[in-house]
Design a protein around this ligand. Sequence first.
Ligand code: PLP
Length: 377
Amino acid sequence: MQLPPFRLERFFARHEFTAPHLLCCSDGESLSVGELLDLVPGAADGLSRVHLGYTESKGAPALRQAVADLYESTQPDDVLVHVGAEEAIFTFMAATLTPGDTVVVVDPRYQSLSDVAQSLGARVLPWRLDPARGFAPDLGELQALLAEPTVKALVVNFPHNPTGYMPAPEDFAAILAAAAARGVRVFSDEVYRCSEAEGVAPLPAACDLDPRAVSLGVLSKSYGLAGLRVGWAACRDRELLARMASVKDYLSICGSAPSEYLATCALAAGGKLLARMAGILEPNRRALTEFFTSRADLFDFTPPRGGLTAFPALRQGSTDAFCQALLEATGVLLLPGSLYGDAWAKHFRIGFGRVDFRQNCERLAGFCQNWNPAQGS
Ligand SMILES: Cc1ncc(COP(=O)(O)O)c(C=O)c1O
């Protein structure tokens, strides 16, 4: 198996701890261990009693119960805890695909959603989000892609990174129904769940709509706890979860005991954590939309319906050059869309889940006052 470099992770490895002002992260403002413990009575004592041996490979029973409670139709045995969402993407692909299979994946996409499949010998067919339609994809095109007889899985990601696109609940149900009609398994990356913009209907979880579908969840984004590295797959097909667990035996084997304990505390205080994040996201989202609407001369912009990122496009000139010049002049880091493939090179990712978003957006606005698109063409 030959995995290509993970472009986005390599980009962050170069800049994340050196660029002074991060304006492209997809995670939410995180908390300290102490702040999390303060939310749950007795949690500090509980943490000090955590035994530092190997843990249950499926995940701590209390954590699996708390995750199962997030969905309408799952039991603890329908949950497999992983080290981040990233590990679950790998176990799903390795448990499901063999060379010659085809996977349909929304595009643009978080790279591992396509490249792990490709490295396992599967063919990837992109299902394109259309910037001209507010990033809505075409359901007719999906039907055509699913008609290919070797399609094994459909990979969707709503709320979507990086565009912030979300279908209406009835369209999401239609997407799942189209896959089910062809016997295609849905892998639904729902790591941005609970970050919907005000007035946007949340989506039902895929694992509740379809007994074979996998819902991918994590504490990194809307809960603001990326450093815990706790994610999960929820699916009522226990045979699939068992195959994913066999792959996990070759990766982390089991999760970190303190992390799983803290993750259980986080879900016990889930309402508070999500409200905290909504309080950060809502004003940031307004500032984001105000800025890009005021600079429609420079940018094409679709307000994100969910998630912690948006994907504007520079109307003229090179976006790579724009991002580089911005970094050099102001220390503000945006993520060039070229990291998502050449088709997205006019775009860039901007993240609004951090508390310093508005200051950094002002830095961007100041830079744009003097930006001459001809410089970067
Ligand atoms: C769509 C998507 N899926 C999965 C992941 C992986 O999440 P984690 O880093 O918490 O494992 C990310 C991270 O950015 C993501 O954006």
